[in-house]
Design a protein around this ligand. Structure first.
Ligand SMILES: NC(=O)c1ccc[n+]([C@@H]2O[C@H](COP(=O)([O-])OP(=O)(O)OC[C@H]3O[C@@H](n4cnc5c(N)ncnc54)[C@H](OP(=O)(O)O)[C@@H]3O)[C@@H](O)[C@H]2O)c1
Length: 247
């Protein structure tokens, strides 16, 4: 996947890693970036900064009619970046109700599936291209203080494997990115070392450029991946369970 000259669509560009994806893709020579957001007012400055190269489009990934409209409008895309995400910051049982869990699944799982389904034929038509799914280190193991969010990101990882297999025949590369904590609104209040969102965006684009399928971004994510792969999974599970507040 050559980022220079590519036509990119990024979901969730109003803030955080998504905004940085827009800037990083332009920096790496993308010809056009569709900066999608629920409220395009949040990307006006990107449009102004990069002129015709950044095209704002309205897109709530949980709304099928908006996904269909985006696919209709963005027929030239050859790199889809599923970045939009929601994290209610609650435990699976300690949450007052299931509304956060349902929203997390809608955005982090069904939203990604819906975008992959809508754009797979477009990527095929444009030579194969690539999809980058922003997962998380918590796709690999649950941190119960964010229990339902982790479940949705684990589902998104499983989906990534399925989509990768289904799209192999059309030559679409599917990259899964597993960052540790990143310095954005989502990780506000988390007392952990945090990755710079621009570094995460650049790592993900470099992975697409080099044909790398899985990226554990940052030391924490690499440690977790190593723990899981070395079959120390039980130890990692127990370590994360210990973060639950003790009553
Ligand atoms: N921050 C971390 O520590 C961390 C670590 C690992 C993985 N991630 C993942 O990285 C991705 C980006 O997160 P971030 O850290 O940049 O978080 P963020 O600053 O909270 O940004 C989340 C973005 O997703 C958008 N969004 C939420 N619901 C949406 C929907 N229904 N349709 C379209 N867009 C929607 C938000 O738009 P609005 O402004 O309209 O709300 C916002 O642009 C997510 O997939 C997240 O799970 C984050």
């Amino acid at each position: 996947m050559n980022i220079a000259g590519s036509i990119v669509l990024v979901t969730g560009t109003s803030r955080g890693i998504g905004r940085n994806f827009v800037m990083a893709a332009i920096d790496k020579g993308a010809a056009k970036v569709y900066a999608s957001a629920r409220d395009t007012g949040g990307v006006t400055d990107l449009f102004k900064a990069f002129g015709g190269k950044v095209v704002p489009i309205q897109l709530d990934v949980t709304k099928p009619e908006q996904v269909a409209a985006a696919a209709q409008k963005c027929q030239d895309v050859n790199l889809l970046i599923n970045n939009a995400g929601a994290n209610g910051g609650v435990g699976a049982l300690s949450a007052k109700n299931m509304s956060a869990a349902r929203n997390e699944m809608e955005v982090n799982y069904f939203g990604v599936q819906s975008m992959c389904r809508a754009f797979a034929p477009i990527l095929k038509k444009n030579g194969g291209g690539a999809i980058i799914n922003i997962l998380s280190l918590v796709s690999r193991v649950n941190i119960p203080m964010l229990g339902s969010y982790c479940a949705s990101k684990a589902a998104a990882w499983s989906l990534t494997q399925a989509v990768r297999a289904e799209l192999a025949a059309q030559g679409t590369l599917v990259v899964g990115v597993f960052p540790g904590a990143v310095d954005t609104d989502m990780a506000k209040g988390m007392d952990l070392p945090k990755l710079n969102p621009m570094d995460v965006a650049k790592m993900a684009l470099d992975a697409a450029a080099s044909g790398t399928e899985d990226v554990d971004a940052g030391e924490m994510a690499q440690g977790i991946a190593a723990g899981v792969m070395n079959l120390n999974f039980k130890a990692v599970e127990k370590e994360f369970a210990a973060y639950l507040p003790q009553s």
